[in-house]
Design a protein. Structure first.
Length: 531
């Protein structure tokens, strides 16, 4: 809606603090080719990006540990239920794309030659073009340049510098307009944020996540297991004195004492993960907790890559592989259950979103162009950026993702209820109190004391409601809903005439009124009942 032109601003304006150049280009192409009546093309793109990321991750780990450990390490990424937002929501294609090309950059660095450096530079630039998450990989590239300076010099610095300079140019031109949430408090509390991020990712990989789909929570199991995992891994590595890749002996010594050092691949991965969690910590606001669903996928990737580097060259025996494989299988089963919960949450959001958007389209004759679908009326945060005028223009250009009127009639009850609520606000329905009692009496019906047996159908225009002296009357409305009247109005004053204004719209389905009063009430402006 807000990037419909083909100019620099459409591609380069930030989303929150992120550069979204490539996701915008993908979205524009998908809209031009397929319109926006279905999200299937976007889901296909996300699926391909996820599969490509898993494939490159598998290749990376296979080079270090072999095929079976690589397969065991890859399976959790495919069924990482706590990361359901990334796995199921096409909007996160920018996030996944940055990880895909970031891992591709790490693989290119494995070549250890000039061509590998050039390819790594290109992949890093593409990763940053997908999302600012790519900046974290620039930290890993810089560490790789620095630690190989002795054998290859610093002329390789371009592979990190060029993408970063492009990012800084974007920030100077467009990115600085985004709201920043960097505060001294966030910086000071960043170690706790990083701990929770790693702990949450560890719990997610092991199928022990206690973070709910919605609402507060925390990585309870992860906070317990992370220190245990660090101690266990340290002891295991210390005992693996003969592992050539994880620890390298100093060939210059002739006695039994051996100098050990970690493999060089550990530090770029560690730097990338640290940069990811620290940058997220610095920009923390409520809703961006370290264990948020969208952070779990990247966190799991960095955590598993780091473990692969730490175990590089260590022979993994069959009993150990079988034990780890059994744990991964059990964790995946548990995570699939969480993934299904995430699926259900998105389906519920889809029902509400399609109903709300259908209401906007039905009310297009009279809805204010600036009308926004805020959560208190829309019933969902999914549409918080929707503005009616911009949305309707996009519908005219790309087609509609909303329920049609026929589909709305067959939609689940929450959808029909929500459509009525939003229609009442978007049209809008309105009351006019204490009007002249001498108006038209056409199409009148009398509601007996205590309320009528059936709801009263109403035609568009002004409906007169005459309430005799006594108690105030209560008026409730519905249109698509069944079994309830989800649109209440203010109480109608007794001894007065009130007009209910119903604007004409794109639907010929009548509104239906239920009146509750202790005395008889007369309603004029009633639509003919359909046979």
């Amino acid at each position: 809606m807000y990037r419909r032109e083909w100019d620099a601003a459409a591609f380069l304006d930030p989303h929150n603090e992120h550069i979204v150049l490539i996701p915008v280009a993908i979205q524009k192409l998908l809209l031009a080719w397929f319109g926006m009546s279905s999200a299937a093309p976007e889901r296909l793109v996300l699926t391909l990006l996820l599969l490509a990321t898993a494939l490159l991750f598998f290749v990376y780990v296979r080079r270090r540990l072999g095929p079976w450990p690589a397969l065991i390490a890859t399976v959790p990424l495919l069924f990482l239920g706590p990361a359901w937002q990334v796995l199921l929501w096409p909007f996160e294609m920018g996030y996944v794309g940055a990880l895909l090309f970031g891992v591709a950059m790490l693989l290119a660095l494995d070549r250890g030659d000039a061509r590998g450096d050039a390819v790594a530079c290109l992949f890093l630039a593409v990763a940053i073009g997908f999302s600012s998450l790519g900046v974290a990989f620039a930290a890993g590239a810089a560490v790789d340049v620095w630690q190989r300076r002795g054998e290859r010099g610093l002329r390789r610095a371009y592979l990190a510098a060029v993408p970063l300079l492009l990012y800084l140019a974007w920030y100077a031109g467009w990115g600085h307009t985004a709201e920043s949430h960097v505060t001294l408090e966030n910086v000071l509390t960043s170690p706790a944020f990083v701990f929770d991020g790693v702990a949450g990712s560890l719990a997610a990989v092991l199928g022990l996540s206690t973070v709910p789909i919605e609402g507060p929570g925390g990585p309870t199991w992860g906070r317990v297991l992370l220190p245990v995992a660090i101690v266990t891994l340290t002891i295991a590595l210390a005992r693996r004195r003969g592992a050539r890749s994880s620890f390298q002996p100093d060939s210059g010594t002739n006695d039994d004492r051996t100098v050990w050092r970690l493999s060089s691949g550990v530090w770029p991965v560690a730097a990338t993960g640290a940069a990811f969690w620290l940058l997220a910590a610095f920009n923390y606001i409520p809703g961006r907790e370290a264990y948020a669903s969208r952070y779990m996928y990247a966190g799991a990737v960095f955590l598993l890559l780091l473990v692969a580097e730490l175990l590089r060259g260590v022979p993994l025996r069959r009993p150990a592989l079988l034990a780890v494989g059994a744990v991964v299988l059990a964790a995946s089963v548990a995570n699939v259950a969480i993934l299904r919960d995430g699926e259900e949450a998105l389906r519920e959001q889809t029902v509400l979103a399609r109903a709300d958007l259908a209401a906007v389209e039905i009310a297009r004759r009279t809805v204010e162009p600036e009308y926004r679908l805020l959560p208190d009326v829309a019933g969902t945060y999914s549409l918080i950026d929707i503005q009616a005028g911009e949305y309707l223009e996009a519908v005219d250009e790309h087609g509609s993702p909303a329920y049609s009127q026929a589909e709305l009639l067959d939609a689940p009850p929450p959808a029909r209820r929500q459509a009525d609520i939003l229609l009442s606000q978007a049209l809008p329905l309105s009351l006019e109190f204490d009007v002249d009692a001498g108006g038209s009496r056409a199409g009148c019906a009398t509601v007996p004391a205590g309320g009528g047996p059936a709801p009263i159908p109403l035609r568009p225009g002004a409906t007169r409601v005459e309430v005799p002296p006594g108690d105030d009357a209560q008026l409730n409305l519905r249109r698509y809903a069944s079994g309830e009247f989800p649109v209440p109005t203010e109480d109608l004053p007794a001894g007065a005439v009130t007009l209910l204004h119903i604007p004409a719209d794109e639907s010929n389905r009548p509104w239906r009124m239920r009146v509750e009063a202790e005395q008889r009430v007369r309603v004029c402006g009633v639509a003919p009942r359909r046979r």
